[in-house]
Design a protein around this ligand. Structure first.
Ligand SMILES: *Cc1c(COP(=O)(O)O)cnc(C)c1O
Length: 300
């Protein structure tokens, strides 16, 4: 069984002379990755007695893929995962999220065609989850996150609280803003996949109420998802040095690079959400080491 530790702790940290709070959603469980545990929360205890198969799709490095494999394992479901491409290196040297998902029994289907939700019916015992867990069921777990934050703010009598978290599909940021807006807390985010227009489009698929939309901060430049950037690697190493916390290597570097260009956010109480993703770091770190090896020799 998976142990879920909620509420997660919040710590005060310093980085580059700035002070902020960190919500440690990386500590939710060993098996589940941060915000994916929040998004999938409603499936942990729900009655799924007619469901025998879980289907999703996306990249073979994805944190969501790994978390879905854990869900399938604990709920005794077959798990089919569609991807358009499995690169030869990963195929021959499984590691990171891919390796762990295989260990959990994931059955990979390499296909040009993206599976369509409308072809898979719950009546037939199939639960279909969109790429990255972009779906309305995610609201349940993110409402709990919002409640935890409000309770912590009130207990510590913090005024002027804002939240920041980097986005992929934007599901986490959107449902957080939706559930916390009535408490006068503003959620800021930045896109790590595509640009701000792509992110707005993603928001639109989840809510038509603009009041639910987080405020989008532009990143310093356009980053291609999952690509390696020297400045990303450097800020990740620096974060580790200064906070002694391991952050995710795909989203968090872009998150902090963006925050460093919006230092005005630190003038209020700022809460950064650690969204987990550390199993994926195994493959990212390997790639970073191969590309920018001299930094590693210097730092670790
Ligand atoms: C999945 C993930 C995100 C993006 O979450 P969205 O809800 O898709 O925006 C951010 N950080 C980490 C570590 C993740 O695993």
């Amino acid at each position: 069984m998976v142990e879920i530790n909620l509420p997660t702790p919040i710590e005060k940290l310093h980085f580059e002379g700035m002070e902020f709070f960190l919500k440690r959603d990386d500590l939710i469980s060993l098996e589940f990755s941060g915000n994916k545990a929040r998004k999938l929360f409603s499936f942990f205890n729900s009655d799924m007695k007619n469901i025998h198969t879980l289907i999703s799709y996306g990249s073979t490095q994805s944190n969501a893929m790994y978390s879905l494999s854990v869900l399938a394992k604990i709920r005794g479901l077959r798990f089919f995962y569609y991807t358009t491409h499995l690169n030869a290196f990963l195929k021959n040297n499984p590691h990171g999220n891919y390796l762990e998902a295989l260990k959990n029994g994931m059955e990979l289907i390499v296909s040009e065609d993206k599976p369509l939700k409308s072809n898979f019916l719950e009546d037939d015992g199939i639960l279909f989850i969109e790429e990255g867990g972009r779906d309305s069921y995610a609201n349940n777990g993110l409402k709990i996150l919002a409640d935890e934050i409000v309770e912590w703010r009130d207990k510590n009598q913090l005024s002027n609280l804002s939240i920041f978290l980097p986005s992929g599909t934007g599901t986490t940021a959107l449902f957080l803003q939706k559930n916390i807006k009535q408490h006068d807390i503003k959620v800021y985010t930045t896109p790590c996949v595509g640009d701000e227009f792509y992110l707005l489009e993603q928001f639109g698929m989840l809510s038509s109420d603009k009041k639910d939309y987080p405020t989008i901060l532009k990143s310093p430049k356009k980053y291609h998802f999952g690509k390696l950037y020297r400045e990303s690697y450097e800020i990740w190493l620096k974060l580790h040095d200064e906070t002694h916390i391991e952050f995710d290597m795909v989203y968090d570097p872009i998150g902090f690079l963006t925050l460093m260009q919006h230092k005005e956010l630190f003038s209020e109480n700022l809460l950064y959400i650690h969204q987990g993703g550390l199993i994926g770091n195994v493959s990212m770190l390997e790639r970073y080491k191969r590309k920018f090896d001299e930094n590693i020799k210097h730092k670790r």
